[in-house]
Write a protein that binds this ligand. Structure first.
Ligand code: GDP
Ligand code: MG
Length: 370
């Protein structure tokens, strides 16, 4: 165990706090129930009361958060999650805005204001699509390195007046490394200097062969400015999504990935979470990275409070004890003790790792200076 407050220790052992205080006194420690005792003392007390010391291990964490394997018959179709990538100024933000604005029903609550770094739209043919706003290349990479694979489809934006640029190539490499299918959106076709075929030819050099070049990667000409081709792009995404046969089990404890998180002055720590499996509900207890909490409120992309969020739904989660990091995985647990133990275990593991890294550097420096 970690250092722990006496009352909390009593609570976790299901013993009376007065008895624990008395026991500590007999050991020569004059503490009140609100004081913290160190881990070694806690361990003695735990044994004194005839309980076993429970050390959380990687294996325990794995077991708690992956308790249930989904059976094929429990899986249901879920919307695709799409990330738009491409070179700076090729129109990623404009395209995201254009799609959102085109698909928001006039007069809808919240209007065109986007509240969180992700949103859902419904296409004219009824397909639901979830777009992620935040992951630029850096976020995409850091999320992947944290084990959160959040994207099902990458839309690669290439400006028709600029063709393939360094960050275009980076995006292609990310998508390939993550084995995520790509759709090429050839943007800015409204511009006088637009040359969509140059984009298609350039892409060949990076082993991206679009349909118009007899390949298998869908390519769509669009203009984020005047809206041309937007519906074609959405249909291309819906088609790609059907091929992927994306599924999840809405009837299980939720698992999700943090897209962004911040400490809000009025609301405390707030995380935008993309639900990846299961359904997250108000009141659920969860661990997320090194933090834990109990869902106090869920807020959707339109700023509305909702009671639950299922697979592929991006949602703002309130009720955290601290601010997690983008890419952290959220898991609902059955008890608060479980959630806290996993969070504390992870925090300690991260600390130990940093300390070890620090020690290694010092040693290296010593060697270098010797
Ligand atoms: P990002 O850096 O990829 O997010 O690119 P932005 O969306 O910020 O767009 C960069 C610039 O290109 C802005 O000035 C946009 O107005 C402009 N732009 C984006 N899409 C189009 C388009 O389809 N046509 C034209 N003419 N300009 C565009
Ligand atoms: Mg941008």
């Amino acid at each position: 165990p970690e250092a722990i407050v006496v009352s909390e220790l009593a609570n976790r052992m299901a013993e009376r706090v007065g008895d624990v205080v008395k026991s500590l006194m007999q050991m020569g420690m004059m503490v009140t129930q609100n004081q913290t005792i160190d881990a070694d003392t806690a361990e003695l007390i735990i044994e004194e009361f005839g309980h076993t010391v429970n050390r959380v291990s990687d294996a325990d964490v794995e077991q708690v958060i992956h308790e249930v394997e989904d059976k094929p018959e429990d899986l249901q179709p879920r919307p695709p999650v799409i990330t738009i990538m491409g070179h700076v100024d090729h129109g990623k933000t404009s395209l995201l805005d254009a799609i959102r604005n085109a698909k928001v029903v006039a007069g809808e609550a919240g209007g065109i204001t986007q509240h969180i770094g992700a949103y859902q739209v419904v296409t004219d043919t009824g397909a639901v699509l979830s777009f992620l706003d935040t992951p630029g290349h850096a976020a995409f990479t850091s999320m992947r390195s944290r084990g959160a694979q959040v994207t099902d489809i990458v839309v690669l934006v290439v400006a028709a007046d600029d063709a393939v640029m360094p960050q275009t190539v980076e995006a292609i490499n990310h998508a390939k490394a993550a084995k995520v299918p790509m759709i090429v959106a050839i943007n800015k076709i409204d511009k006088p200097g637009a040359n969509p075929d140059k984009v298609r030819t350039d892409l060949l050099q990076h082993e991206v062969i679009v349909e118009k070049m007899s390949g298998e990667v869908q390519d769509v000409e669009v203009s984020a400015i005047n809206g041309d081709g937007l519906d074609d792009l959405l249909e291309a995404i819906a088609l790609q999504s059907e091929l992927l046969e994306l599924k999840a089990n809405p009837n299980r404890a939720a698992q999700g990935a943090v897209i962004e998180a911040q400490l809000d002055v009025g609301r405390g720590p707030v995380a935008t979470v993309l639900i990846q499996n299961g359904t997250l509900r108000q009141g659920d207890i969860f661990v997320v990275g090194e933090q834990y909490g109990k869902v106090r409120a869920l807020i959707n992309d339109k700023g509305e409070r909702i009671k639950e969020a299922g697979p592929s739904v991006p949602v703002e989660v309130l009720g955290l004890n601290g601010t997690p990091e983008a890419g952290d995985v959220l898991n609902v647990t059955s008890t608060e003790a479980q959630a806290r133990e996993i969070a504390e275990y992870r925090e300690k593991a991260a600390k130990d790792k940093r300390a070890a890294a620090g020690a290694a550097t010092t040693l290296e420096q010593l060697m270098a200076n010797a």
